[in-house]
Ligand binder design. Structure first.
Ligand SMILES: Nc1ncnc2c1ncn2[C@@H]1O[C@H](COP(=O)(O)OP(=O)(O)OP(=O)(O)O)[C@@H](O)[C@H]1O
Ligand SMILES: [Mg+2]
Length: 144
């Protein structure tokens, strides 16, 4: 694990927690996800898909959620090994989740591809959001 990751995260051995409050944190999260994906034996293409999804979701937590945190864990799905990510924030939440998951829908200045694009890149994609409470997205990519 990179020193820079350790410096800004806590770990209990099985999981890594990265606070997401600035652009550098998004980079640190990406690096942590890449390291976990390699350690889990993901193919290069799947490593890259997961890192891309992680980047989009962390950026959403930062830009739309006012900052949050990203957790890197082993897959929790029976019968599958891989990497699980939980990205959450205490921001304004998403009123229309179905709309936000549609291609090209943005409440800001982006392309509106972050959520739908991420969903297509991973094996598990779950989103919870409540207006005024926050947003939590869980994804998994499996090695097998
Ligand atoms: N963590 C979040 N908190 C609050 N709103 C969110 C969050 N994530 C996404 N949204 C809402 O859902 C919309 C769609 O998100 P998505 O990532 O698909 O597009 P975008 O961030 O607007 O643009 P892009 O990711 O393509 O740059 C956002 O514009 C925003 O309104
Ligand atoms: Mg986005």
């Amino acid at each position: 694990m990179a020193t820079t990751l350790l410096a800004s995260s806590s770990t209990d051995g099985a999981s890594v927690l990265v606070s997401i409050t600035c652009d550098d944190d998004v980079v640190r999260f990406r690096h942590g996800v890449r390291a976990a994906a390699i350690a889990a034996g993901l193919r290069l293409i799947d490593q890259t898909k997961l890192v891309t999804a992680a980047s989009e979701l962390a950026r959403n937590a930062l830009e739309h959620g006012g900052g949050g945190q990203g957790e890197i864990l082993p897959s929790a799905t029976p019968g599958h090994s891989g990497v699980r990510l939980i990205i959450d924030d205490d921001g304004p939440g998403i009123a229309d989740i179905d709309g936000a998951l549609a291609d090209g829908v943005t409440g800001g200045s982006g392309m509106g591809m972050g959520l739908p694009g991420s969903r297509r890149l991973v094996d598990v994609f779950e989103i919870w959001s409540e207006v005024g409470v926050g947003t939590c997205v869980t994804v998994e990519t499996w090695a097998s």
